[in-house]
Design a protein around this ligand. Sequence first.
Ligand code: FAD
Length: 568
Amino acid sequence: IDADPPLHKLLEAVKDGVQTPRTGKSIVYWMRMGDLRISDNRALSLASAHAKERDIPLIVLFLLSPQDYVAHDRGPRRIDFTLRNLASIKGSLAALHIPLHTSTQPNRRAVPHEFVSFLERVNALTFYANIEYEVDELRRDLQVCDAAKSQGISAKFVHDKCVVEPGVVVTGANNKTYAVYTPYQKLWLTKLNADIPHYLEDCPAPHANSESVRDSPELSGLFDSLVPESVPGFELDAADRAKMEEVWPAGETKAQDILKRFISTKSRSCQLAAVDPLAAGAQDSEKRSRIAVYDSERDRADRDTTSRISPYLAAGVLSARACVRATMSGTALATGGKVDGGRTTGIGRWVQEIAWRDFYNCILAGYPRVSMGRPFLEKYANVRWEGPPVEDTAYADSSPPTSPVDLALAEANIEKWKSGHTGFPIVDAAMRCLNEMGWVHNRMRMICAMFLVKDLMIDWRVGEKYFMEKLIDGDLASNNGGWQWSASTGVDPCPYFRIFNPYLQSAKADPTGDFIRHYVPELAAVRGPDLHKPSASIANKLGYPLPIVKHDEARDRAIRRFKEPGTA
Ligand code: FAD
């Protein structure tokens, strides 16, 4: 499958065009889970321009597909965030007399058929969509493309998710997707800076439809479809929903505010309270904004040092282009200034993170097996993990063998990891933050992931799935990339013998201890080094669990496992 990735096939199919085009009377934009915005949306913008040129209406469709959500481990928080953003978009589009039609398709195999029936129903001339890089989404889109073309409807799939799309930054030797980040990032920056207007263009907002669309017998009904409040099987309980709404408000304006807050205001406490970016007092006069000190502060979990824009990027409420544009002053953009992507400035370091996001999307597109439950480094497919065998995903063709050692203990350890009761304060604080807020700081994700796969020797796919269930920013490319990095099975991974010491990591990432004290109230009164590594007597006195493994022994076991015959 890596030899002939479906992205390549889709792009070929789109190029082919339609033999006998029909005389369509509308243009359709198919909005998906990753492009929930109106501004700077490439497919929407092109669709709108086409509709205007033809003087025919633009229609927006969103298909809810619960079986896809199951197949991709998409969690209720991510679904709820999708629906909240859709409701906001529906209002904005209605003001432009553009209908947003939503419908639910319970059978994922029927999506291509359902979609093409819709195109026929609205007598579409052409449909537009932004490309999704997950392998089965690409396969579905290929079917859609073929089916539409057979009806004389042309299909336009365009890149939008990344700043520099997959296929541009490739190795000089054989045009392959880079499997090492540093050379990838260097070339990524060179390409970007060589053609800033192209890569950072702000796609024009859609034009309004004529008001008469509202009275059209064929189309007026489309304005009536309501965005559902929830998808059966993915409901959030009321308290969780209220929390998510408070911390992660929906809508493009909120996303832009959060970005502004990162670019222009100073870091405060680590507590993920309501992210109300421009609340009175939050805009202080300090010169050193969060982004300015990002290079030195970004690994601090006890401060609010990163942008927290990931839920909005994952859902496409904000474009990645807009993030990079925001790092350049208006004059720099207008006068041919360059994007700073270097290691020595806050801005440069932050732009490099956006490049990591692009990198993992390129991996997904170029090496589709990673989204089929396979390790990027095939040589680690047979690592002996503890715990129950991981059920094959719909796409995986095998599971690594499981050691027979104390299955029940491994299962109990997984539960303690999930709930934040491992006896390692930094791991517990991070897991409780994830469970409560739907988001946790990057360094904390790395510590928790490394702890699960190396200290507990649990298959990385168990953790990958759990993160997807809880994260509001759950994104296959970045989540898979992060998990496989930590498990040493991935592209450009952490080497298997470089295992985080959770106690040292804790002291570095949470030097004040504010993060642990906030999320592990049992330890709220503890100060100094005891907070990172409580003694048995302190733990017993405070009702905090004792460590479930001895880190040094666990580390040695992990290294042994990665060296076993048939593995390395
Ligand atoms: P900032 O530090 O402000 O970075 C800005 C943006 O750059 C982020 O919003 C994100 O889009 C991108 N970015 C930053 N770091 C990374 C990275 N390491 N890899 C890819 N993109 C990055 N990110 C997700 O968006 N969704 C996930 O499901 C996800 N799962 C992860 C799982 C693990 C085990 C690990 C180690 C990392 C994961 N990440 C994931 C990457 C990263 O942790 C988050 O993007 C980041 O913590 C989001 O916070 P922020 O917006 O404040 O980031």
